[in-house]
Design a protein around this ligand. Structure first.
Ligand SMILES: C[S@@+](CC[C@H](N)C(=O)[O-])C[C@H]1O[C@@H](n2cnc3c(N)ncnc32)[C@H](O)[C@@H]1O
Length: 337
């Protein structure tokens, strides 16, 4: 199951979606969506999208990717409540999912750069920005660049950004290119870099490779990892991922031929920062939906010491009350030993 958060699209995006007279096809949506869920999205998959596929991706997938990005920003804010980025770089921005999520948390930014290689996504981006400008003045501070993010430097000038984002991009480039891209992204980061991937075994593997890379670079993990030690899920059948629930509009239900009024987006993520983090040895990240039984609650957690199973009994009423409010993806503070 998922966190309790129900994410909705900003009203101006809903407007564009519902007014778009695209002759969208649920068959194309199904094909695209299956690829992502079955880990089949390959190198350059969406970079080479034609107009119809790009539109279907934007209209069909964007609400879910926005929801996942918002959830990651929420985790970032929990961990770093004073962090208030005024600049961001979004690499492989597609139709701008990161921008719309970011705006909700940090509407007063001064500079935002979006790098994207597909012209149809860029058309969408421009359309969305035009629609959103009356609600968000800071959209005037956005620069959009058509760019191939592989093999060349990301930007010509020496510019650094408070927050750099790479969402749902690594799975579309080769392993070698992933490392090169991570290097370039890290070089542009003055404070925080966030990476999001589909919550599949392959998505997690990409996160794991990135985690290796940043351990070597001396990066510090803000979330979900409460430590910089080796990941306890390495070489296991299990994978670290989270889930967010979002509402489906009538438009989405039609596009997806779906009946349910919500969907759950599974994602894997990693937030890395340049500055060291003060660690709390008792802190544990809840890696699965808590098992709530009569008389006790069980968490599968990951802490600095190990991955562990934590059981909280009703016999410790204060702790039990605290545990009842915890969900998959939250932090749990263990008792002192
Ligand atoms: C799955 S989409 C994700 C879009 C967006 N970041 C999101 O979170 O919804 C991957 C994006 O990366 C872009 N991309 C992939 N390879 C690229 C490349 N070599 N140069 C520029 N953009 C690229 C694609 O065009 C696409 O927009």
């Amino acid at each position: 199951m998922t966190s309790f958060f129900h994410y909705e699209l900003p009203p101006f995006l809903e407007k564009v979606f519902s007014e778009t007279s695209l002759n969208f096809s649920s068959d194309i949506f199904e094909k695209i969506s299956l690829k992502y869920h079955n880990d089949e999205a390959r190198e350059g998959a969406s970079l080479s999208f034609k107009k119809e596929e790009a539109s279907v991706y934007a209209l069909g997938r964007m609400p879910a990717t926005i929801a996942a990005i918002k959830d990651v920003l929420r985790r970032l804010q929990q961990k770093k409540p004073k962090f208030s980025p005024v600049s961001f770089l979004d690499i492989g921005s597609g139709p701008g999912s990161f921008l719309w999520a970011f705006l909700e948390y940090f509407p007063k930014f001064e500079r935002g750069v979006l790098l994207e290689g597909n012209s149809y996504f860029l058309d969408f981006l421009r359309l969305f920005i035009k629609e959103g400008e009356s609600s968000f003045k800071s959209l005037q501070n956005v620069e959009i660049m058509k760019k191939n993010i592989i093999n060349i430097s990301l930007m010509e000038n020496e510019e650094y950004f408070d927050l750099v984002n790479l969402s749902y991009v690594l799975s579309e480039i080769s392993e070698k290119d992933q490392i090169e891209l991570l290097k370039k992204a890290w070089n542009r980061t003055s404070d925080v870099l966030m990476i999001i991937e589909p919550g599949t075994p392959k998505g997690f593997l990409n996160i794991l490779h990135a985690r290796h890379f940043f351990r070597e670079q001396g990066g510090f993990f803000c979330a979900p990892c409460p430590h910089e030690n080796r990941c306890p899920l390495e070489n296991r059948k299990d994978w670290c991922h989270f889930s967010v629930r979002l509402k489906r509009s009538n438009f989405h239900k039609r596009l997806k031929s779906a009946f349910l009024s919500y969907e759950d987006e599974k994602y894997a993520y990693l937030i890395i920062q340049k500055k060291p983090i003060e660690r709390n040895i008792r802190e544990s990240r809840i890696l699965k939906k808590p098992i709530k039984r009569t008389g006790h609650i069980i968490f599968d957690g990951c802490s600095q010491k190990r991955d562990e199973r934590i059981t909280i009994s009703k016999k410790t009423p204060q702790l039990y009350k605290k545990a009842k409010g915890k969900e998959w993806g939250d932090l749990w503070e263990n008792e002192e030993e």
